[in-house]
Design a protein around this ligand. Structure first.
Ligand code: SME
Length: 152
């Protein structure tokens, strides 16, 4: 079965926007908006970008979050950067360092936006269902993250 997210279509939209002169803020917002339009399991999509020792929320679609600035190392988002790896938390209630954005959230996927050895930021996706993101879904989000990295 294919992933729910049509990554190829979103990558084409990103490249089209770039060709029309759109840059960072618009490209990040495009990813957040289009990815969330997928519907469940994509409840909220948050684009956090590395600035110094913090992750700054630069674009999102879905429920607003109070976590607009997360120190590297804090929460699932900060841990992903500190450990330089993607995190797929099937059940956020099992994660001791989880920072809640909404009490409805049950699972969360954090995929790093990498360019070579540099970590530019991350795509953080919340879902209202437990185990929202399987391997195909994770691979689809990574395809988008890799395309984004080349355009930022
Ligand atoms: N849950 C994240 C914080 C970001 S909000 O969910 C949008 C974390 O644990 O780092």
């Amino acid at each position: 079965m294919a992933a729910d997210l049509n990554a190829d279509r979103l990558v084409r939209a990103l490249q089209g926007a770039y060709n029309q002169g759109k840059r960072r803020k618009d490209l990040l917002q495009l990813v957040a908006t289009r990815m969330r339009q997928t519907g469940s399991p994509y409840t909220g999509v948050y684009l956090y970008m590395v600035q110094g020792n913090d992750l700054i929320l630069e674009a999102f679609d879905g429920r607003p979050t109070e976590h607009t600035k997360i120190p590297v190392g804090k929460g699932l988002c900060g841990r992903a950067v500190a450990e330089r790896r993607d995190i797929n938390a099937a059940d956020v209630s099992a994660e001791a360092d989880y920072l809640a954005c909404s009490i409805e959230t049950r699972s969360e996927l954090v995929v790093l936006i990498r360019r070579g050895d540099d970590i530019l930021g991350q795509i953080d996706v919340d879902s209202d269902v437990v185990n929202g993101f399987d391997e195909r879904e994770q691979a689809a989000v990574k395809e988008v993250a890799d395309a984004l990295a080349a355009l930022l």
